[in-house]
Design a binder for this molecule. Structure first.
Ligand code: NAD
Ligand code: 0WE
Length: 256
């Protein structure tokens, strides 16, 4: 049992800036000794993401839009050539068109639904397939989810439906990849002020209510999510797969 990741290769998706949950997990994996490949979405984020990634000694940067099969193929071909094998995959990516999180859920568009599920759910299957082919010694796959998958969170809308599908995808992947000693888990984090949370109307009020209602009477710190990511990546969690681990100060257990 150990959180030591020396000799392990990890690929992390979803770093936009220093507040990204993916960045905190990446820093934790790096501190535990893992060799890191960190991806960012596109040219728009390139400058900021690259500066961060290259500040971690030995970390490799790579551009990869997970809605594009050819970019995913290119990434895993490069990983195979460069490292030969892979042990850890972190998927910390979600997107729905902004309007879908503003208008009434009943008015969700076909295209908004498609995009949310393509980027936030299908992408996990696509990158898990690429990663599993390189996880010869077994491995750990981790994704990020939210309570809006389980209960209605006003305005989370189609993202809630997508996160429910993501949590279910984790179970199907865990079943199938289990025989290859690959574990698949989700972390359900409480609300954290990141780029993806910026501009969401009432986010501050949500955090306030979260702090008031959760057993620990506070909001979650992103480093607590990072530490759980390292735990799920390491052999310390060797008996855990198909699980959604709540890192939310206990908010989800409350009925009233
Ligand atoms: P973030 O904006 O820092 O991260 C989201 C990432 O998704 C960004 O890096 C963005 O570039 C990436 N992304 C979007 N579309 C992409 C695409 N087509 N290809 C590649 N990458 C793409 O925000 P975050 O809060 O760190 O979000 C990370 C994950 O955590 C998401 O899955 C989110 O749903 C989940 N989450 C966030 C919170 C929260 O309150 N912030 C709570 C629970 C779960
Ligand atoms: O998963 C998320 C946010 C995901 C997200 C955020 C955006 C904002 C910018 C997906 N797509 C977009 N599209 C954009 O154009 N969270 C868990 C954070 C979050 O978002 C909410 C929340 C919480 C919490 C939206 C409404 C209500 C609560």
């Amino acid at each position: 049992m150990s959180s030591n990741l020396e000799g392990r290769v990890a690929v992390v998706f979803g770093v936009a800036n220093k507040r990204s949950i993916a960045w905190t997990i990446a820093q934790g994996l790096h501190a535990a000794g893992a060799e890191l490949v960190i991806t960012y979405q596109n040219e728009r984020l390139e400058q900021e993401a690259k500066d961060l990634i290259l500040s971690l000694p030995g970390a490799q940067d790579f551009m990869c839009d997970v809605s594009k099969d050819e970019e995913i193929d290119r990434l895993f071909a490069e990983l195979k050539q460069r490292y030969g094998k892979l042990h850890v995959l972190v998927h910390s990516v979600a997107f729905a068109p902004a309007d879908e999180l503003k208008r009434d859920f009943v008015n969700t568009t076909r295209e908004g639904f498609r995009i949310a599920h393509d980027v936030s759910v299908y992408s996990l299957i696509a990158v898990a397939r690429g990663a599993a082919a390189l996880m010869e010694d077994g491995g750990s796959i981790i994704t990020m989810t939210y309570y809006g998958a389980e209960k209605v969170v006003p305005h989370y809308n189609v993202m809630g439906v997508a996160k429910a599908a993501l949590e279910c995808t984790v179970r199907y992947l865990a079943y199938e990849l289990g025989k290859r000693k690959i574990r698949v888990n989700a972390i359900s984090a409480g609300p954290i002020k990141t780029l993806a949370a910026r501009g969401i109307a009432g986010f501050g009020d949500m955090q306030k209510s979260h702090a008031e209602r959760s057993p620990l009477q506070r909001n979650v710190d992103v480093n607590e999510v990072g530490a759980t990511g390292v735990f799920l990546a390491s052999d310390a969690s060797s008996g855990i797969t198909g699980e959604t681990v709540h890192v939310d100060c206990g908010y989800n257990i409350m009925g009233f």
